[in-house]
Design a protein around this ligand. Structure first.
Ligand code: PHE
Length: 446
C-alpha cells in the first residue's frame, strides 16, 4: 500500500539543491566516461554534438523531470501515477529499476577507483604499461573487486540513510567545492605539460565533419549527455521533490547542466594532455573501460614523486565525484520503497543496498557483463528521457504550466521551454534512441 509521508524533507537552500544535483551529475561519467568516449573517436565533433544535445535536448528533459518531481512531491515510483493516473505506473517502475541496475555496476567502477587510489598510495605507480595492465587486472578481478563493490555501496548507504539534509546535502556541500578546487588544480598542472597543446588540439580542435554523421559518435554523444546529467531515470524527479515551491526550475537546471558540462570539458583538458605528453595514444585508441585506470598511472610514472601525488589526487577526485553520484542513484529506489510500503529510511536503504550488491556480482566478476550493462544503460536513459518529456509536454501540460508559472520565469522562457519540450526534444530524442538501439544491436551481432 502506498503510504503518505507526512513531512517531506526539503533542501535547506537553493545552493544545497544545486550542489546535490551537480554532485549527482558530476561523476564517473565526466571523469572516466567523457574521456573514454571522446577517445573512441569523433574528436571535436563528439564534443560539439554532446554540447548541442545538452542544450537542445537535455535541458528540456531536465526541466520536465524537475517539474514532475516538484509538482507531485512523490518518489519517482509514484510521481507519474500521481499526475497521469495508473496507466503511467510503468514509467514509475522504470524509474525504480533503472537506478538499481546502474548502481550495481557503477559501484564496481567506484571500487576500481578506490583500489587504484590505494595501490598508488601504498605501492607507487606501475613502471610501464604492462605492469599497469597487471595491476588493473588484479584490481578488477576476484575478491578484491567484490570487497570494493561492497565497501563503496556501504559508504553510499550510510550517507543516504542519514537523509536528505543531514546525509546527501551535507556530504555534497563539503565534497563539491573540494572537487572543483582539485579539478582546477589538476587542469593548471596539465597545462604545464609538454604535450598540453597537442592534447587540447586532439580533444577540441581535431574536427572531422564526417564524424557528425557517424552513428557511433552520435550514439556516444547522446549516451554521454544523458548519463552525465543523470537524466531519464528519475534522479531529478527525486531531488526536485525536496525543493520548495519558490525555486526557479529552469534556472536551477541550467545552473546544474552548465556545471556538469564544464567539469566534463575540464576533465578532458586534464586527461588529453596527459595522454599526449606520455605517448599513451595507442592505449587509448584501443580504448576499453579500463583505459583510464591503466593509462593515467603508467603515464604519470615517469614524473616521479610529483606524478605519484598527481595520480593520488586524481583518483581521489574521481572517487569523490562518484560517491556524490552513487547517493543519488540509491536515493531513487530508497525513497520509492519508503513511499510504497511506508518503511523507515534506514530499512529501505539496507534492503535496496543488499539487492544492488547481489546484482553487482556478475558485472564485478565479468567485464563482458559490465560492458553490456553500460551500453544498455545509454538506451534506457534516452528512452526514459523521451517518456518524461512526452509525459510533461503532452500528457499533463497543465502541471507543467503550473510549475513553470510558479517558477516566475519570464513568459518568453516559458514559451521557449514548452515549445522545446513538445516539438523539438521528443523527435530528436526518438532519433537518438533509434540510432542507439541500432548501434547496440549491431554491437551484439558482431
Ligand atoms: N551522472 C553520473 C555521472 O556522470 C552518473 C549517473 C547516471 C548518476 C545516471 C545518476 C543517474 O557519473
Amino acid at each position: 500500500m502506498e503510504s503518505k509521508i507526512s513531512q517531506r524533507e526539503q533542501w535547506t537552500s537553493k545552493l544545497g539543491f544545486i550542489l546535490a544535483a551537480a554532485g549527482s551529475a558530476i561523476g564517473l561519467g565526466n571523469l572516466w566516461g567523457f574521456s573514454y568516449r571522446a577517445s573512441q573517436g569523433g574528436g571535436a565533433a563528439f564534443v560539439l554534438l554532446y554540447i548541442f544535445i545538452v542544450l537542445i535536448v537535455c535541458l528540456p528533459v531536465f526541466v520536465a523531470e524537475m517539474a514532475l518531481g516538484r509538482n507531485s512531491m512523490k518518489s519517482p515510483l509514484f510521481a507519474p501515477v500521481e499526475l497521469g493516473g495508473t496507466n503511467w505506473y510503468p514509467l514509475g517502475i522504470l524509474f525504480f529499476i533503472a537506478p538499481i541496475g546502474i548502481l550495481s555496476f557503477y559501484s564496481v567502477i567506484m571500487s576500481w577507483t578506490a583500489d587504484t587510489f590505494f595501490h598508488i598510495f601504498f605501492f607507487g605507480l606501475p613502471k610501464d604499461i604492462s605492469e599497469a595492465e597487471n595491476v588493473f587486472k588484479s584490481i578488477s578481478g576476484g575478491s578484491s573487486v567484490l570487497l570494493g563493490h561492497l565497501l563503496s555501496l556501504v559508504l553510499t548507504a550510510m550517507i543516504v540513510s542519514s537523509g536528505i539534509k543531514k546525509g546527501i546535502e551535507k556530504v555534497t556541500r563539503y565534497f563539491m567545492p573540494i572537487l572543483f578546487i582539485i579539478l582546477l588544480g589538476l587542469a593548471i598542472w596539465a597545462s604545464t605539460l609538454s604535450g598540453a597543446w597537442e592534447g587540447y588540439k586532439t580533444f577540441l580542435l581535431k574536427f572531422d565533419f564526417a564524424e557528425l554523421k557517424n552513428p557511433q559518435t552520435i550514439r556516444n554523444a547522446f549516451g554521454q549527455a544523458f548519463f552525465s546529467l543523470s537524466l531519464g531515470i528519475g534522479i531529478m524527479v527525486a531531488y526536485a521533490s525536496y525543493l520548495s515551491k519558490k525555486s526557479n526550475l529552469p534556472k536551477l537546471s541550467f545552473g546544474v547542466a552548465t556545471l556538469d558540462t564544464l567539469v566534463g570539458l575540464i576533465a578532458g583538458l586534464i586527461t588529453f594532455p596527459i595522454v599526449l605528453t606520455f605517448g599513451l595514444s595507442d592505449v587509448i585508441s584501443e580504448s576499453t573501460i579500463g583505459t583510464l585506470f591503466i593509462s593515467i598511472p603508467s603515464g604519470l610514472a615517469s614524473s616521479g614523486l610529483a606524478g605519484r601525488i598527481v595520480a593520488i589526487v586524481f583518483f581521489g577526485l574521481v572517487f569523490i565525484a562518484a560517491i556524490t553520484s552513487s547517493v543519488s542513484l540509491l536515493e531513487v529506489p530508497v525513497s520509492s520503497l519508503m513511499d510504497k510500503f511506508g518503511y523507515q529510511r534506514i530499512k529501505s536503504v539496507w534492503i535496496i543496498t543488499l539487492l544492488i550488491f547481489i546484482l553487482g556480482i556478475p558485472p564485478a566478476l565479468n567485464g563482458g557483463v559490465l560492458e553490456t550493462l553500460i551500453s544498455l544503460t545509454d538506451v534506457l536513459l534516452i528512452f526514459g528521457g523521451f517518456l518524461v518529456t512526452f509525459f510533461m509536454g503532452w500528457v499533463v501540460p497543465r502541471r507543467l504550466d503550473s510549475e513553470l508559472d510558479d517558477s516566475k520565469v519570464g513568459t518568453k522562457t516559458v514559451r521557449y521551454l514548452k515549445f522545446m519540450m513538445r516539438w523539438v526534444a521528443p523527435p530528436i530524442i526518438a532519433f537518438g534512441l533509434l540510432i542507439s538501439i541500432f548501434e547496440l544491436l549491431k554491437g551484439w551481432i558482431n
